[in-house]
Ligand binder design. Structure first.
Ligand SMILES: [Zn+2]
Length: 184
């Protein structure tokens, strides 16, 4: 049996009972998805009670995954025209999103960075990859929001994730998953 439930703190959790499993096991996949497996003789209620004791562990595991699997732009060339457009469009996007959410930042630099979508310095300057232009707008906005949230919290702490969740209307996890899975 496999089914999906929505846990108030964790979000989507896949429950699966297998004849072979001998105990309750909880796993977090690289994309942050959570799976709870248990033997057929364990009730769902008991498995969920186990899950309840592991919310902090899930949050810690996800944070670790995010560090381990950094989001990276695809390795493909950017034309001079795309670069020029990125330098025009992306600073506007930062200004618009910062104003909407009451966040402030220093300078915005748009570069042909291939190693990451964006970064934020300790001074609150934001660096963005020209490759962001190749993403659907809502995913590019998500990256910008991620970096803007770093002007408040310079880490990937729970407080950072709470802020990012607020500015994305609670869609932070889903957007992170989509971005990680995105292929042009
Ligand atoms: Zn970050």
């Amino acid at each position: 049996m496999t089914k999906t439930i929505i846990h108030p703190q964790i979000g989507e959790v896949t429950l699966s009972t297998t004849a072979r499993s001998v105990r309750i096991t909880l796993s977090v996949r690289p994309d942050g998805r959570v799976r709870l497996s248990y033997p057929g003789w364990v009730t769902q209620r008991r498995a969920l009670a186990f899950l309840e004791t592991k919310c902090d562990w899930v949050a810690a595991a996800r944070t670790k995954m995010e560090r381990k699997y950094p989001v990276q732009p695809p390795r493909e060339p950017v034309s001079p025209a795309q670069r020029a457009e990125a330098k025009r469009v992306l600073p506007e996007m930062v200004a618009r999103l910062a104003a909407r959410h009451g966040l402030s930042y220093g300078a915005v630099r748009v570069r042909a960075t291939r190693s990451r979508w964006g970064s934020c310095t300790a001074r609150g300057d934001i660096n963005l990859s020209v490759s962001l232009l190749k993403l659907p707008t809502y995913l590019a906005e998500y990256v910008v929001l991620h970096e803007l949230c770093h002007t408040v919290h310079h880490d990937h702490s729970e407080r950072f994730h709470a802020l990012l969740d607020r500015v994305t209307d609670g869609h932070h996890r889903n957007l992170a998953r989509e971005l990680r899975a995105y292929r042009p």
